[in-house]
Design a protein around this ligand. Structure first.
Ligand code: NCD
Ligand code: ZN
Length: 343
């Protein structure tokens, strides 16, 4: 029986929501990961240290007994964030980053930043207080084709941000294109990127060929095969600039399977198994531990985890949905077989 044992991993990009959805999804992540960077795009968004600490308590309450899991909180950057709040966040042991959503780019991003140049003084404060900036890197221009929005964001905004704030640590979240991979490779060690399982496993045919599959729809949208190959090469390269961030983003099944469905793939139920499948296909299982367990912690300047997790080469069928009392969340690869199972 083939097994793979690695140091306990972390998820550096995760949506857990709140209320009943939080109760449903958090146990999946706490089983798999020691820590996770928690996205702040709630309704209303988590914009202050005080709100993040309250949200942190709610998350801790949802951790099943016997599991130890640490939520690493982030704040949602808006046009009215103050330099004082940035200082407070940097001083808090529980706040680890700010998240920049261009207004309108994705789920719950209406309160995001409409004019990126106008918040440069806030980026200067983040650079000064040395707190990382996490970027959803897509332009929101209606005239820009949805498959081009990440590439255009790099040329329009990201290059200028990195030139203006050479000391700012930036994570380009959920990179989906060869151009983003190239950008991250070519910039300084203060620039890193997360990569999701769905962008390693699928190309855009998985959304649109042979029928429309709403559970493969997320933002940034999955691109063509050449981009998937570039992402797999980056993730399995051993380059510490690329690390694990699932972007697991639960939405109710009814809000995905509808005329105008929400963006987001739910992957927390089998995150490591999905990454193991992608790394195995690339004949690079030996590179999974660095990607999943070391490079993110190093970038965030947190200690690497102790302890290990073991994946076993065995097949199991993903349920059609998770949730109780009428709540239903359809996971990635619902009703399909996976080849690895976390022990
Ligand atoms: C995320 C969500 O649902 O919160 N959706 C997604 O498609 N990834 C938001 C995000 O990270 O863009
Ligand atoms: Zn996300």
């Amino acid at each position: 029986m083939k097994t793979l044992t690695i140091t306990r991993p972390d998820d550096w990009h995760l949506h857990v929501r709140n209320g009943a959805v939080l109760q449903t999804v958090l146990p999946h992540t706490a089983r798999q990961f020691a820590r996770a960077i928690i996205m702040p795009n709630l309704k209303p968004p988590v914009t202050t240290v005080a709100q993040a600490l309250t949200y942190r308590e709610e998350i801790l309450q949802a951790v099943p007994a016997g599991l130890d899991f640490t939520p690493l909180m982030t704040l949602y950057l808006t046009g009215s964030t103050t330099a004082d709040e940035i200082k407070k966040a940097a001083e808090s042991e529980h706040i680890h980053a700010f998240k920049l959503y261009p207004a309108g780019a994705t789920t719950n991003s209406d309160s995001g930043v409409a004019d990126i140049k106008a918040i440069y003084p806030l980026l200067a404060a983040m650079e000064q207080y040395d707190i990382p900036l996490l970027i959803h890197g897509e332009v929101t221009d209606d005239a820009c084709d949805i498959f081009d929005r990440e590439r255009v964001f790099i040329d329009t905004y990201l290059t200028d941000i990195t030139n203006n704030f050479p000391g700012l640590r930036i994570v380009v979240e959920h990179v989906t294109t060869a151009e983003a991979v190239q950008f991250v490779q070519d910039t300084g060690n203060n620039i890193a990127a997360t990569i999701t399982p769905q962008h390693l496993l699928f190309n855009r045919n998985a959304i649109l060929a042979g029928g429309i599959r709403p559970h493969h729809y997320c933002l940034p949208i999955i691109k063509r095969e050449s981009h998937r190959l570039a992402l797999v090469a980056a993730a399995t390269s051993g380059n510490p600039k690329f690390f694990l961030g699932t972007d697991s983003a639960p939405h109710l099944t009814s809000l995905k399977e509808t005329a105008c469905g929400c963006a987001g793939c739910y992957s927390a139920h089998a995150a490591l198994e999905l990454y193991a499948e992608a790394f195995e296909r690339a004949d690079a299982l030996d590179k999974l531990e660095g990607f999943a367990s070391f490079y993110g912690a190093d970038f965030y300047r947190l200690p690497r985890n102790s302890g290990t997790v073991t994946l076993k080469k065995t097949t199991w069928k993903v349920p059609s949905a998770y949730g109780e009392n009428g709540l239903s969340i359809t996971p990635l690869k619902a009703n399909e077989e996976l080849g690895w199972k976390l022990q």
